[in-house]
Design a protein around this ligand. Structure first.
Ligand code: AMP
Ligand code: ZN
Length: 111
């Protein structure tokens, strides 16, 4: 998939609406349209990488930054606890091939 037909590239560009939670020069965070917890946020790098392994290789500082953003969302929305998920590959449930961290927080989560 090229960045031209990537759903999350379009969301980052503002071509598809989203509910912004956080943004900075490199990173955008928005509410998941189908929340699996009281607070379910997706954090994405503005640059297109297909998955977390590609991101880790190309820009490890951005991956660390995404963890920082997740922590700050959980600090604000809850008492700092959260679940961070990167579905990687079709058989792991990845449906959008622009790397995104799912941040689940805002309530006690099932084990
Ligand atoms: P994954 O299955 O890990 O690739 O996650 C993709 C996520 O994107 C799912 O949790 C969807 O609910 C979410 N999603 C799909 N389309 C949108 C959209 N337009 N705005 C916000 N979240 C979306
Ligand atoms: Zn993309």
């Amino acid at each position: 998939m090229t960045t031209n037909d990537c759903l999350f590239c379009k969301i980052i560009a503002g071509e598809i609406p989203s509910t912004k939670v956080y943004e900075d020069e490199t990173t955008y965070a928005f509410k998941d349209i189908n929340p699996k917890a009281k607070v379910h946020v997706l954090i994405v790098p503005r640059t297109h990488y297909a998955n977390v392994a590609e991101l880790a290789k190309a820009d490890p500082a951005e991956l660390a930054h995404i963890v920082e953003v997740a922590q700050s969302i959980a600090d604000k929305e809850f008492h700092g606890d959260y679940r961070l998920i990167f579905n990687t590959g079709l058989d792991a449930g990845q449906t959008v091939f622009h790397v995104h961290a799912h941040v689940l927080t805002g309530e006690q989560l099932d084990e």
